[in-house]
Design a protein around this ligand. Structure first.
Ligand code: FEH
Ligand code: ZN
Ligand code: ZN
Length: 351
């Protein structure tokens, strides 16, 4: 079968012929209906250097995946061939205090994790191939309510990551509060909907691209603000001078972090979700009083089940552009050029 492979750091991926995976005991092979093209993959291709992460190439790209059970190994029960499933992406040891709660994104037993902090498409073979080996059945979440794998795939990362970020700030988002989403791409367009579906906050979307701002208002944002110098002032004016209670920075550049700090409210949260590589100087007067600044990495498996439930109920819609596997490189090109609306999803297999 063909697979889109990253063969070295700082290189373009190649479409290569690889062996079809066969499940060992406890393992499952998934026929991949959708594999999302994540902005992080561009960092894997262009920015990371040998030694920066505890794992590395070669591996097949694609860390947000959904499809159908294709084959199960000995001892796997409850998963039948043909069943639609989402793949929980971060694969930990399965046994440490974090993993037993389903938070394998923060596995503490890195020596026992197959790829510390990684998973399929991040150190091990991912979903940009017709078949994907999932090393343990616990990583699969059955798709509820007839969800299409093309729609579900982005929910496993572009949905789960902002869902986790919003969920941990729920207590700061009562009626009367305001949340800001900076960057309305794959993650941001889902962040807007997650805020709408799970909180009473007013939602402000910020982006440089007019089409991304229209997408945000179409999805329920109360205000769309062009990312320019006046943005912090516009947000402050909209909040009656108070500032935003929660800012989700889905970009993470110097400029967006500066904006996040400038438009935040004392006691608020600024959560860095995007891998833009920016930094934010922290000192006594640099931030609103008691603003918490935090990063997040992905989310837990129970949270993925919650995201899928929101989508199955029609409360979350993934805006997607699909690409056949042969055109996956084009998906990444369009992503890098900022030409995509929503998420690019590669579709290696059909039902
Ligand atoms: C991937 C690789 C490294 C950091 C973060 C990511 C995310 O896309 C996973 O959510
Ligand atoms: Zn990702
Ligand atoms: Zn663990």
């Amino acid at each position: 079968m063909r697979a889109l492979r990253l063969t070295a750091w700082q290189s373009e991926p190649v479409l290569a012929e690889v062996e079809e995976p066969v499940p060992g005991p406890g393992q499952v092979v998934v026929r991949v209906g959708g594999a999302g093209a994540c902005h992080s993959d561009l960092h894997l291709m262009h920015d990371f250097r040998p030694g920066m992460l505890p794992w590395g190439p070669p591996f097949t790209l694609g860390h947000e995946n959904a499809g159908w059970v294709h084959a199960v190994g000995a001892g796997v029960s409850g998963l039948d061939v043909g069943m639609p499933v989402a793949v929980y992406g971060p694969w930990g040891c399965g046994n440490c205090a974090r993993c037993v709660l389903g938070a394998e994104n923060y596995c503490e037993n890195t020596a026992a994790a197959p790829v510390p902090g990684g998973g399929g498409g991040l150190g091990l073979d991912g979903g940009m191939a017709e078949l994907m080996l999932v090393p343990h059945a616990r990583h699969l979440v059955p798709l509820p309510g007839g969800l299409d794998p093309v729609v579900a795939a982005p929910l496993t990362d572009a949905g789960l990551t902002p869902y986790h970020a919003v969920r941990r700030s729920w207590s700061k988002l009562p009626p009367g509060s305001t949340a800001v989403v900076i960057g309305v791409g794959g993650l941001g367009h889902l962040a807007v909907q997650i805020l709408r579906a799970t909180t009473a906050a007013r939602v402000i979307a910020v982006d440089t691209r007019p089409e991304a701002l229209s997408l945000a208002t179409g999805l329920g944002a109360d205000l769309a603000v062009p990312a320019q110098e006046s943005a912090a002032g516009e947000i402050r004016a909209f909040t009656g001078g108070r500032g935003a209670d929660v800012v989700l920075d889905c970009v993470g550049s110097d400029a967006t972090l500066t904006l996040g700090a400038a438009c935040g409210r004392p006691l608020g949260d600024l959560t860095i979700v995007g891998l833009g590589g920016g930094t934010l100087p922290v000192s006594f007067f640099a931030l609103p009083y008691e603003m918490s600044v935090q990063t997040t990495y992905w989310g837990s498996r129970p949270e993925l089940a919650e995201v899928l439930d929101l989508a199955a109920r029609g409360l979350l819609h993934t805006t997607t552009t699909t690409f056949p596997l042969a055109e996956a490189a084009d998906a990444y090109r369009q992503l890098a050029e900022g030409k995509l609306t929503g998420r690019a999803v590669v579709t290696p297999a059909t039902p």
